[in-house]
Design a protein around this ligand. Structure first.
Ligand code: NOJ
Ligand code: MG
Length: 545
């Protein structure tokens, strides 16, 4: 692929949740040929790269984040040949491809874990995972008090024995022991396998989790109201973590792994990259993952966690830029993904939620670094209330909480009724789509200048034209009321988080997320909206041209 070797530093990356993007064979589940057929949508949208969630062999207990063969494609999604075709077609269209890597845990059906369960305590087969002796009489209690991110204890007992194994997620996702060199060697091979097939990069799942404090000591945590312990239960908690003592996350040893991976990526070519999914507690700890000899990027979840407030957004921008600057890395921004409530819904839902979502997106796209978009946000999709018989998120089964299925409803492409061209006519998507999505399909929105799809296309085009190459300096201003102004060279973005319209500063309006009003020589930006301006003040004068 042509382009700069560090293309990812300012890329817009589009996340495809494979089972919900496009279903070519009518089994109700999205697949690789489905993605390939829909790649022109991504080219027309104007993104630079696509990140595809796991499509490897998997029993699908956590929709592919439970891998039983890292070097093959699950038949549900296609074949290795389909993966090759997808890569080739994406590259033809000028799109880079990032694949997911799941190194913290395997599936419980991975041959290693099957072998471990059949082997004796203390055997080399068990030493690839974190088996420990339980506490209490007969070892009938878990070895420590850790909780699974999906709810309940982070340990499952091996039959009636005193042995337990650790799973920070579902019991079908046993954690590997990264202190065992066999584990690191296996993943070095997996990286090389996919790099040789031509992938441009990796999204590293649970990048902050691979090492646990060696003692596996209890976690110190406050009891919270209602008798529930800690803050790690349920996927919702992934965005609301308040636990400070985290012996299971973000241990210093993990960085050695990323130094090794850095070299493997380099060997494959100067333009291969990796982005860490690391829910660390501070911008500083996030920055450690992107030191010059480690991974290239880390998701910056602080943008997604921030409240709808100019002051909160200002803090995130300032804190993020300072943190990545300290290690010379490029920042990233993200508002939605397959683990969180879609951002129009987070911002209150309905027309107001959508207005705010568009404004937050436009603000994000003006910032230096790269932006990650989640499939369907370009259509303004909201979180869906999924009825309990259709829920599949393992956290639902472990906690009874609704979980993440509501942001994973299959994409509406065209037509008037489900499956909205997600799959062939008559097929039934794995989660039913709302009837009301007829007006939100790609087909319905394309060509309508007021639609969210056309807004995204225009915003991405404006980013290419006016924001790319502007440098990393951002002046952050918090003006009267709840208005944020971010200045990046000649580009200014104004975000109105307040309740009343605000007068825009001088400059040429390039784009706005909502209609503007002119009165008495001033132009007003409504509440819940953002606009990009090219500042008149820093335009070169005609004498300089
Ligand atoms: C983070 C992924 O984004 C999420 O979907 C998954 O459930 C967990 N990691 C466990 O792999
Ligand atoms: Mg299918």
């Amino acid at each position: 692929m042509s382009g700069p070797a560090d293309w990812w530093r300012d890329a817009v990356v589009y996340q495809v949740y494979v089972r919900s993007f496009a279903d070519s064979d009518g089994d109700g589940v999205g697949d690789l040929p489905g993605i390939t057929a829909r790649l022109p949508h991504l080219r027309d949208l104007g993104v630079d790269a696509v990140w595809i969630t796991p499509f490897y062999t998997s029993p699908q207990h956590d929709h592919g984040y439970d891998v039983s063969d890292y070097c093959d494609v699950d038949p549900l999604f296609g074949t290795l040949a389909d993966a090759d075709t997808l890569l080739a077609r994406a590259h033809e269209l000028g799109l880079r491809v990032i694949v997911d890597l799941v190194p913290n845990h395997t599936s419980s059906q991975h041959p290693w874990f099957v072998e471990a369960l059949a082997a004796e305590p203390g055997s080399p087969a068990r030493a690839r995972y974190l088996f420990r002796t339980g506490r209490g009489p007969g070892g009938s209690q878990p070895p420590n008090n850790w909780l699974s991110v999906f709810g309940g204890p982070a340990w499952s007992r091996v039959g009636e024995t005193d042995q337990w194994y650790l799973h920070l997620f579902d019991s079908t996702q046993p954690d590997l022991d990264w202190r065992n060199p066999e584990v690191g060697d296996m993943f070095a091979g997996v990286l090389r396998f996919w790099l040789a097939r031509g992938v441009d990069g990796f999204r590293v799942d649970v990048a902050h989790g691979l090492f646990k404090e060696e003692s596996l000591r209890d976690q110190e945590r406050a009891e919270v109201a209602g008798g529930q312990e800690g803050a790690n239960e349920g996927a919702r908690e992934m965005v609301e973590r308040t636990v400070a003592d985290e012996p299971m996350w973000d241990q210093p040893e993990v960085h050695e792994v990323y130094r090794r991976w850095h070299d493997i990526l380099d060997e494959a070519g100067p333009d291969r990259m990796a982005v860490a999914e690391a829910w660390t507690q501070t911008p500083e700890s996030m920055a450690r993952f992107v030191r010059p000899d480690e991974l290239d990027q880390a998701f910056n979840f602080s943008w997604l966690l921030a409240d709808w407030s100019a002051a909160a957004f200002a803090d995130v921008v300032t804190g993020t830029l300072a943190a990545v600057d300290s290690v010379g890395a490029a920042p990233t921004w993200v508002l939605s993904n397959h683990d969180v409530v879609r951002h129009p819904t987070r911002y209150g839902g309905g027309p107001r939620g959508l207005a705010r979502a568009r404004a937050a997106t436009l603000t994000m796209l003006a910032l230096p670094g790269s932006s990650y978009l989640y499939q369907g946000e370009e259509l303004g999709l909201e979180q869906v209330e999924v009825s309990s018989e259709h829920r599949q998120d393992p956290s639902w089964f472990r906690t009874g909480e609704p979980g993440r299925d509501g942001c994973r409803v299959p994409m509406p492409w065209g037509g008037q009724t489900p499956p909205f061209d997600f799959g062939p006519a008559g097929s039934s998507p794995w989660i039913p789509q709302p009837e009301g999505w007829a007006g939100l399909t790609v087909e319905a929105q394309a060509g309508d200048p007021g639609s969210t799809l056309e807004f995204y296309r225009a915003a991405l085009a404006a980013r290419r034209e006016h924001a790319r190459g502007l440098g990393a300096e951002v002046e952050v201003r918090l003006d009267a009321g709840d208005v944020l102004e971010l200045r990046r060279g000649p580009l200014t973005v104004v975000l109105n988080c307040g309740d009343t319209p605000t007068a825009l500063p001088q400059g040429e309006v390039l784009l706005s997320s909502a209609g503007l009003r002119s009165e008495g020589g001033a132009t007003y930006l409504p509440a819940d909206a953002a606009a990009w301006l090219r500042s008149a003040a820093v335009q070169p004068s005609s004498a300089e041209l």
